[in-house]
Write a protein that binds this ligand. Sequence first.
Ligand code: SAM
Length: 218
Amino acid sequence: MAAAVARQFGGARRRLIEELEAKGIGDIAVLKAFDDVPRHHFVPSGVAHRAYEDAPLPIGHGQTISQPSVHARFLSLLRLSGRERVLEIGTGSGFQAALLTRLASAVFSIERIPALAEAARESLRACGIDQVIQRVGDGTMGWPEMAPFDAILVGAASPEIPVPLTEQLALGGQLLVPVGDRSGQALVRVIRTPDGLREERLDPMRFVPLIGAHGFEA
Ligand code: SAM
C-alpha cells in the first residue's frame, strides 16, 4: 500500500519541485525539504489528488494550506542555516511546520483553531515528525516564554505589523508578515539590527486574515 502511494505521488512531487525551480526557487535545502515532506499527508483526502499542484487547497474551517511556491518563497527569504529557533503563526495543515523541521533546529507553531491544530498534530505524527512544538492561541501575541526567535513567519494577512512579534525577534532575527487589507497584502520583512528594526516591502500576496488582538477582528 505504502509503495503504491509513493508511486502514485512520487512523479507529481518531482514535477512540483521542477516547477518551483522554474519559478526561481534555487535554495537547495528548501527544495530538498519539499522532496522530504509528503504534502498529500497534510490535505484532506478529497483534495489529495491535487496535493502536488502549485495551488492553495482548502483544509476546512474556511482555511487553506498555502501555495507551495509561497511557502518556498518564505523559506528561501529566511536563508536558514539549520541552527535557528523559528516561530510560525498559523499552523494550518502543519505542512510548513514540517518543512521547517528540515531547515531549523527548533520549530514552534501557534494556531487559533483547535481542530486544525489537532489535525496538524496528527498529520505530523503520521509522517514521523515529532519536533514541532505546538500551541493553540492568538499568535499575534507571539510566544514570549519561548522568545527570542531567529525567524517568525506569519501565514495570514495582518492589518499591521504585530508589535509583540517584533519584540520577540533575536538580534539579526527576521519577521515575515503579509500586511494590508483583507483583499490584498504586501509581504513585509522586518529585521532586528543593532540600530533598531529595518523594514522592507516585498512581493504582493493574498492570504486569509490573521484574527487576533494585533490582527483583524473575527
Ligand atoms: N502555513 C500553513 C500550512 O502550511 O498549512 C497555512 C496557514 S493558513 C493560510 C493560515 C492559518 O492562520 C489558518 O489556519 C488560520 O486559522 C490561522 N490563524 C489566523 N489567525 C491566527 C492567529 N491570531 N493565531 C494563530 N493562527 C491564526
